[in-house]
Design a protein around this ligand. Structure first.
Ligand code: KPL
Length: 302
């Protein structure tokens, strides 16, 4: 199988390095230093005390990539339009494009670019920290989920089997909408609060003052999900988000890493979508809206 991993950030490096033992892997991205480092020395993934090194092909030009069976999108959500266009360019006619990105608005963009029967939406709870170009620390090892339809099931199964063989736990689901909103609830709390308060993922559950904000964000977002008809894969949204804080306590969220490095964030695709959906459905989301603006104001990108 040939896999094109779109994205040279922390998660792109973890997935590409693991998959390299199971398939022909190409990394594609716009970060020239990241691609150059991978071409020169491969990918280096720190896992506990050990370092996994993997050789993969890498390019900044999709025209270099031979037809891929799977295009795996792991770019930031504000880069999805370009990555989806690249996926359409590199994907074989019977290939499958899979998004495991953060955010609630990637799936429709991917389907529009590659066609609904060649697109699969997924979520991952894997966490990683970018150390430098081509070098990362794999910090959280939790499952990924890939949504299937009758049209995509066989190809998604084959890809999930490859991820499993690579040691990355992957489950298929017929209800990806529930998983997607479930993960978004965690992201809508952990990502902005850790970025604004400059704490690790365990920080938002450390004091009652912080838990008040956590609960307000979760309850608003869960109300929006319910109004949309989403069946969340847990009964108690607050307990669930608190459990993700604890399970990933030492990790620094992707938004913390973005804000502290002065990079743009994924806030529009997380809290921004929750606010927009709340408006559409008549569900008030004042705390999500405040946090959305606070994070937007935290990084000056132009
Ligand atoms: O998805 C994440 C992120 O950092 O973006 C979590 C689940 C919060 C893990 O850090």
């Amino acid at each position: 199988m040939r896999i094109a991993v779109l994205g040279t950030g922390a998660l792109g490096c973890v997935f590409a390095a693991r998959l390299a033992g199971q398939a022909e892997v190409w990394m594609l991205g716009t970060w020239a230093a990241g691609i150059a480092a991978v071409q020169r020395a491969g990918i280096r993934v720190h896992e506990g005390e050990t370092v996994r090194q993997a050789r993969v092909s890498a390019s900044t030009d999709p025209a270099d990539v031979p037809a891929a069976d799977v295009a795996l999108l792991l770019v930031k959500s504000y880069q999805t339009d370009r990555a989806a266009a690249w996926a359409a360019q590199v994907l074989a006619p019977d290939g499958l494009a899979v998004t495991l990105q953060n955010g609630l608005d990637n799936g429709p963009k991917l389907s529009a670019a590659v066609g609904q029967d060649r697109a699969a939406i997924g979520v991952t709870y894997i966490g990683a920290l970018l150390i430098g170009p081509g070098e990362v620390r794999h910090t959280v090892d939790l499952p990924s989920y890939i949504g299937v339809t009758d049209a995509t099931r066989a190809r998604a199964q084959a890809f999930a089997a490859l991820l499993q063989a690579a040691g990355l736990e992957t489950r298929l689901t017929d209800d990806i909408e529930g998983r997607l909103w479930g993960k978004a609830l965690a992201n809508a709390v952990i990502n902005p609060l850790t970025a604004l308060w400059r704490v690790a993922n365990g920080g938002p559950v450390e004091t009652e003052e912080r838990r008040v904000v956590l609960r307000a964000l979760v309850e608003e977002a869960a109300a929006v999900a319910r109004a949309r008809g989403v069946k969340l894969p847990f009964d108690d949204p607050v307990a669930y988000v608190e459990s993700v804080c604890r399970a990933t306590a030492a990790n620094h969220s992707s938004m913390y890493q973005d804000v502290t490095s002065g990079r743009p964030t994924e806030i529009d695709s997380i809290n921004g979508v929750i606010v927009a959906e709340g408006r559409r459905l008549g569900v008030p989301t004042p705390v999500n809206e405040a946090v959305w603006w606070l994070v937007r104001g935290a990084v000056v990108t132009r």
